[in-house]
Design a protein around this ligand. Structure first.
Ligand SMILES: [Zn+2]
Ligand SMILES: [Zn+2]
Length: 417
């Protein structure tokens, strides 16, 4: 089968650190780790596994920073390479092992890509505490070799499909999955909508776990799919208060509005004026940037995760505000944490999803996102601005990496399309 693979290298990391921005040469040059070509097809490793034909797979912001070696090497021990990329996966069931009960051949399914102890072949007391509680996105055994064998090889370390040497990601024609990681998709959802279940579930997991929401106003910082998905999730999960979206470009503002933002600001002066509207007063320190007191936002979602966005969260927060970090915040060299202490702030990160309390039941975030997509009929697929055949992966990566120029919000590869 054909697939896009990626390998990490020390020269890659060193070059990535030296580059100011994302360039074509970082993605495709001689030292790039990206390759496209024929790879071995995976076989079913156990009776309760399923073979899948990939329908669509998204390009995540994490993929772009990994491919350009702009991610933190601190996550490297929890992945294995070379890996077939892609963790936002919509697929069709092609073959089921004799023990599979959850899905049938021909069904469309969303794939939970985080690797669980169950997938690694661990049972009973061998399973980590995260997996035992249904939150395998923080699996404690991601750095270990699993007990199961994949195509005759040891099950390598890894956190998530797409950064795992033995489990192909979605940027290929086929993959395999344990049945417990598959969630059937309603026929009423389009491929583009269903391909968003994974990224939308990040915001949904955060929204479900910060409840009660309080009275607001809520501030969501970020222009990408995670920020837009968080806005949709907050509304779908029942938040009715004021919801301010801070985005950069007009088409992102349109999307934010259609997903439920009550007001839009751009970063800088507009955001500051919205802060002052909450009753905050600005003060100018003897040197450095303006600080505030007397107002602010009690709940802020940082869906960017860089020095500027975290700095803004700390300055814009009310006392005892909750700051929710949904963008990876790697290696921030200089960040003033004074207000973390002076405002008794609560900072919380979310990396994935898992079992949630929902309407009196324990349900996986994917099921909740799926059902709310069916119920709300929100136009989330408008977020998909670009889609490409697998062979056009270079165009897809360029569009995603240069989103300021291309206007990309979510880019999909459609291997079956
Ligand atoms: Zn992602
Ligand atoms: Zn585990």
């Amino acid at each position: 089968m054909r697939a896009v693979t990626f390998n990490v290298s020390i020269p890659g990391y060193l070059i990535g650190k030296g580059l100011g921005g994302v360039t074509e040469s970082a993605l495709f040059g001689g030292l790039s780790g990206v390759r496209y070509g024929e790879v071995a097809e995976p076989s079913l490793p156990a009776d309760d596994w399923v073979k899948l034909d990939i329908v669509a797979a998204g390009v995540c912001g994490t993929d772009v920073s990994t491919l350009t070696f702009n991610s933190s090497p601190s996550m490297e021990p929890f992945g294995s390479f070379p890996a077939i990329l892609g963790h936002e996966i919509l697929a069709r069931v092609a073959e089921v092992g004799p023990g599979v009960r959850r899905v049938e051949v021909g069904q469309r399914v969303a794939v939970d890509p985080f690797i669980s102890c169950t997938m690694r072949g661990f049972t009973g007391a061998e399973r980590c505490s995260s997996c035992a509680s249904g939150l395998h996105c923080t699996c404690g055994r991601a750095g270990d070799t699993g007990a199961l064998r994949l195509s005759g090889e040891p099950f390598q370390r890894g956190t998530i499909v797409g950064y795992h040497a033995g489990l192909p990601g979605g940027w290929g024609e086929r993959t395999i999955a344990h049945e417990s990681h598959l969630f059937a998709v309603d026929d009423g959802l389009s491929n583009h909508t269903a391909a968003l279940i994974e990224p939308l579930s990040i915001g949904m997991h955060a929204a479900l776990n910060v409840q009660p929401f309080g009275d607001g106003p809520v501030l969501v910082i970020g222009s990408g799919p995670i920020a837009l998905g968080t806005i949709w999730s907050l509304r779908a999960a029942g938040y009715r208060g004021e919801l301010l979206a801070q985005v950069k470009r007009a088409h992102e503002a349109t999307l934010a509005k259609s997903f439920g933002a009550s007001a839009i600001v751009s970063p800088g002066a507009e955001a500051r004026s919205a802060l002052l509207d909450t009753g905050a007063k600005g003060y100018k320190p003897i040197i450095g940037a303006e600080v505030y007191a007397g107002g602010g936002f009690p709940l802020i979602f940082d869906c960017v995760g860089n020095a500027a966005s975290l700095d803004q969260c700390l300055r814009y927060a009310t006392p005892r505000a909750r700051i929710v970090v949904l963008g990876c915040a790697p290696e921030i060299p200089k960040l003033d944490l004074s207000f973390l202490w002076a405002r008794e702030l609560d900072v919380k990160g979310f990396v994935g999803y898992g079992l949630e309390n929902w309407r009196g039941q324990r349900r996986h975030t994917f099921e909740i996102t799926h059902d709310l997509l069916v119920e709300s009929r929100a136009p989330v697929e408008d977020m998909v601005t670009h889609s490409f055949a697998l062979a056009d992966y270079r165009k897809a990566l360029s569009a995603a990496a240069n989103h300021r120029k291309s206007g990309a919000v979510k880019v999909l590869l459609e291997p079956a399309g």
